[in-house]
Design a protein around this ligand. Sequence first.
Ligand code: ADP
Ligand code: MG
Length: 257
Amino acid sequence: MTPQRQARRELLSSAPTIIEVSHVHKWYGEFHVLRDVNLSVTKGERIVICGPSGSGKSTLIRCINRLEEHQKGNIIVDGTELTNDVKNIEVIRREVGMVFQQFNLFPHLTVLENCTLAPIWVKKMPKKDAEAIAMKYLERVRIPDQAHKYPGQLSGGQQQRVAIARSLCMSPKIMLFDEPTSALDPEMVKEVLDVMISLAEEGMTMLCVTHEMGFAKSVADRVIFMDRGEIIEQNQPDEFFNNPQSDRTKLFLSQIL
Ligand code: ADP
Ligand code: MG
């Protein structure tokens, strides 16, 4: 184990748990999409989730901010259990930011308006303050000069950086990324990954569904492999990539690496 990895491990071992997923099952109609998923995430931990298409990766992270409902088991996020209680869901939505493959920006709002919408309407923040915070985050993702443009006038990489800035404007404690670079042209992948790396370095708790294995190797504390609704294997990246245990993991890695 490298000294950096050892230091990370020690840091995380004393940090509190921020997400606890216990024996979670979910069905879409008859289809059993999550099968007894257990996952405990430490504050500040960076997790990469990979696995074949259709294995339930998006469903799992969407359950963590209640974009999807689970039917069995428990999910506790920062001390709040996810139930049908609308108050709990509101708390979670403020604390958990999400970035999607397709950016999901509002096309009829400017970049700045995309970033200030939730702080103004959900957090009841004065417009001036919301704009100041938005500009701070647009600077962080290095596109303050695009603030008054519309999403359609931006490249994919720029749009995804706006989406990240927009999430950060709500001061989330956890960030979920669902294949954030999969819809991007290759030359734009790095600019988005660089923003994610800087977030990780600042201590953000992150769950990233991605097939960017370079990112997984350099940033993840833990890589999780899912197949057919189950967590099949998880390990620190060196072990995960160099010494996969399950045949399904080996097959998957042979197809993507
Ligand atoms: P992944 O992100 O790993 O590709 P998903 O979580 O998106 O997988 O989907 C897992 C499975 O659930 C897939 O077989 C998919 O077709 C199915 N599925 C996803 N969303 C729905 C839905 N809203 N209704 C019915 N089936 C769904
Ligand atoms: Mg998916």
